[in-house]
Ligand binder design. Structure first.
Ligand SMILES: [Mn+2]
Length: 459
């Protein structure tokens, strides 16, 4: 194994030699976990710091944080913004796993610089953890957060963590802070009663179950799985091994019938990561639940709450994080209700939902996908959902079903072509894609993409 600690040395010295830091982190789960790790290290070293989680790093944002401290540490981003940072700040270090843009003589610890695949095998939190460990071996307890970050960046999407993440996993097991086993990989094993556990599954979307309470109750009844024990709602982790197996194979059969591809259904079962020092049935017991909690904080501009939870707060900040997640769920169900009440417009080859300012642009894609589950729309056409983003532009989120993809649909390509022909930008995957277009091109965009979809499905 290559000597990573040597690669980390410039950043390690930067931290040891200085004081009065500003930690700037990305606002997603991985970024917040990274900040949680580095802040803990700074506290253990007796350093002072301020922490600022943020959505993006442009010159405007850097202008705002300038002068907040003497030395800057960027975690989970920064490598792609080197020219802008160089222009604005004198003293900084970067710890990141994204592709780099530009060069710097300042301490720069990035996975790609020594041949690790930052997209798949190590996260921002993983990189930050390596710095922590190089500073002091006793920081190995922070490895659990590195796993939360990796899961937050969906680096376990094949069913388990791979590459360098497995070395971090070994550290976490040895440090006795984490254990892993094979189980169902849906959000909420520990944190949701069974019905909500199934209802809020958006990866994958199960048509007829996702966002569909009656569907879930019926499904569980058919399988003979109890919903309650006396008056208490049962969680997935409360089920017997036999009941768990029955639920998993029931979902598999259901998914097959809904044309969900084998590789997705196979990844339903895989490694799950549990934090050993956390209480059962909390949002911080399972790495996936933990990451979801953090994402809710970031998405609602309260990243610092997530960072405090990463640093061990299980009182005030933990409760506030739970409230943010509950608010997030509520906004999703309000979005679905809005679509149900307003009605979705049916075009020749797609559905259209024009939500304007009624659904946040950060939620519109998830809501659109859930409409299949809630049976607001049929599986025979993709849906285009529109909302206004913070800059006043029109955002379009497209969602489809696996049956449509099988018949030739590729929403990413359709979005890309349709958006560029009206002066916007778009792209994405076959089943989920997005675009930003000028407002006045709404109708023209729909007509173009409708005919592209028709063309794709013909083949
Ligand atoms: Mn990341």
């Amino acid at each position: 194994m290559m000597d990573i600690s040597k690669q980390a040395r410039p950043v390690v010295e930067f931290i040891k030699d200085n004081d009065n830091f500003v930690v700037v982190s990305h606002y997603d789960a991985d970024g917040l976990a990274s900040a949680g790790i580095i802040n803990t290290v700074l506290e253990r070293l007796g350093k002072t710091y301020e922490c600022i989680p943020t959505k993006q790093l442009d010159s405007e944002r850097i202008e705002l944080i300038k002068g907040k401290g003497d030395h800057y540490i960027f975690v989970d981003f920064g490598s792609g913004q080197i020219p802008t940072i160089e222009q604005n700040l004198d003293s900084f270090a970067i710890i990141d796993h994204h592709e780099t843009l530009g060069r710097t003589d300042k301490p720069h610890f990035n996975a790609h610089l020594f041949g690790l695949d930052g997209a798949k095998e190590i996260s921002g939190a993983g990189m930050t953890y390596l710095v922590a460990k190089a500073i002091d071996g006793s920081n190995r307890d922070l490895s659990a957060l590195a796993i939360v970050g990796a899961v937050g960046d969906m680096q376990d999407s094949t069913g388990k963590l791979i590459g360098f993440n497995r070395k971090i996993l070994e550290d976490a097991v040895q440090a006795n802070v984490l254990e892993y086993k094979n189980d169902i990989r849906l959000f909420g094993r520990h944190s949701r009663p069974l019905i909500q556990f199934l209802m809020y599954s958006t990866e994958p979307i199960f048509p007829g179950l996702t966002a569909n309470e009656q569907g879930c109750i019926h499904f569980l009844n058919e399988l003979g799985i109890p919903l309650k024990d006396d008056d208490t709602w049962l969680y997935y982790v409360d089920l017997t091994e036999e009941q768990k197996r029955r639920l998993i194979s029931g979902l598999y059969v259901y998914g097959k019938r809904q044309n969900i591809p084998e590789f997705i259904l196979k990844a339903l079962v895989g490694e799950v990561y549990e934090l050993k020092n956390e209480r059962d049935k909390t949002f911080v017991k399972d790495a996936k639940d933990f990451a979801t909690l953090l994402n809710a904080c970031g998405r609602h501009e309260q990243g610092i709450i997530g960072v405090k939870v990463c640093m061990g707060d299980r009182e005030t900040y933990y409760k506030r994080a739970e409230q943010l997640l509950a608010m997030h769920r509520k906004m999703l169900s309000e979005g679905i209700r809005y679509a149900q009440e307003k009605g979705v417009e049916e075009r020749e080859h797609c559905y259209v939902l024009n939500a304007g300012n009624h659904i946040k642009d950060t939620l519109i894609g998830v809501v659109a996908g859930m409409l299949y589950g809630a049976q607001v729309i049929e599986q025979s056409k993709p849906i285009l959902a529109f909302s206004i983003d913070e800059s006043g532009k029109l955002k379009c989120s497209g969602r489809a079903t696996w049956s449509l993809v099988r018949r030739g649909l590729h929403l990413g390509k359709a979005m890309k072509n349709a958006a560029s022909s009206v002066g916007g930008e778009g792209g994405g995957h076959s089943i989920a894609a997005g675009a930003r277009i000028p407002k006045e091109k709404y109708e023209e965009f729909i007509q173009i993409i409708d005919s592209i979809i028709a063309e794709q499905m013909k083949q």
